[in-house]
Design a protein around this ligand. Structure first.
Ligand SMILES: NC(=O)c1ccc[n+]([C@@H]2O[C@H](COP(=O)([O-])OP(=O)(O)OC[C@H]3O[C@@H](n4cnc5c(N)ncnc54)[C@H](OP(=O)(O)O)[C@@H]3O)[C@@H](O)[C@H]2O)c1
Length: 258
């Protein structure tokens, strides 16, 4: 059964991906830690669309999580033809004062789990010569972000990794795309235990997901959601990196009152 696998589907951007894709008639396999939210969402999606909505409650930062998820999809005889690696979180503050275990856990989720899931689900896509992967990065991928140092670095990895795989997999008919949202109205900043940074534009997750699905249909290697975000990331490319980092640092420092 052809199915879209969405990680981090219990809220925010992932939940909206699930709603929009189910409305387009796609079966979904939803993953997050909050089982209660996944059960409610699956029941709702299955009732209101003629699709199969299933879930796996899993902490994807655990070492064997990707292996377990792949095995579970096989056990259920699901053909994952669209993988959306969306689960992720951030942290805010002076790196030297942050909890190291949490920073490392972020790398496990934002990078390690994403790489493992991509590797595992890409193999059968390559055999079928069909499939697509969306990896959720961020506009933070385009420059260092002081006071969100680890987070921005994880997203720089996701952007670079996805663009490289886009090129490697083009001859096999498989699309790989990095989605780069800017500030989006979700639980992200609550989960990051920080204040929303000043942003000229804040988008809804619906806007972000619409942009992503259009970008994927066009076979893009990456897509930046929102015109303001697009122009900001492009303008930064012309300036010296040290200047861009200092400006970002000034904006973020004001958030922390340092
Ligand atoms: N919001 C923004 O401004 C923004 C901007 C750029 C990029 N992004 C990226 O967008 C993606 C989605 O975030 P969001 O904004 O929608 O925030 P969100 O509402 O906090 O959603 C995060 C999702 O990830 C899941 N998750 C967190 N830790 C997990 C773990 N260890 N194992 C499995 N699932 C886990 C959460 O579910 P559970 O808690 O139930 O596990 C939730 O479903 C993230 O990769 C984020 O970095 C967000």
């Amino acid at each position: 059964m052809n199915t879209t696998l969405i990680t981090g589907a219990s809220s925010g951007i992932g939940e909206v991906f699930a709603r929009k894709l189910a409305a387009r008639g796609r079966n979904v396999l939803l993953v997050a830690r909050s089982e209660d939210k996944l059960i409610t969402l699956c029941n709702e999606l299955g009732r209101s669309n003629s699709i199969r909505a299933q879930y796996v409650a899993l902490d994807l930062s655990e070492p064997d999580a990707a292996e377990r998820l792949f095995a579970e999809a096989e056990k259920r005889s699901l053909t994952i033809d669209l993988l959306i690696n969306n689960a992720g979180f951030g942290s805010m503050g002076d790196f030297s004062q942050l909890d190291l275990a949490r920073e490392l856990n972020m790398i496990d989720l934002n990078i390690k789990s994403l790489v493992e899931l991509t590797y595992k689900f890409l193999a059968p896509m390559r055999e079928r010569k069909q499939g697509a992967i969306i990896n959720v990065a961020s506009t933070a991928a385009f420059q260092p972000v002081p006071f969100m140092a680890t987070y921005a670095a994880t997203k720089a990895f996701v952007l670079s990794f996805s663009e490289a795989l886009w090129e490697e997999n083009r001859p096999f008919g498989i699309k790989v795309m990095a989605l780069c949202p800017g500030v989006t109205e979700t639980n992200f900043f609550e989960a990051a235990r920080g204040k929303k940074p000043p942003a000229r534009v804040s988008q809804t997750p619906e806007e972000v997901v619409d942009t992503a699905l259009k970008g994927l249909a066009r076979g893009k290697s990456h897509i930046i959601s929102g015109w303001t975000n697009f122009f900001l990331t492009q303008s930064e490319r012309l300036a010296p990196r040290s200047l861009v980092t200092r400006v970002a640092g000034r904006m973020m420092r004001s958030q922390h009152g340092d």
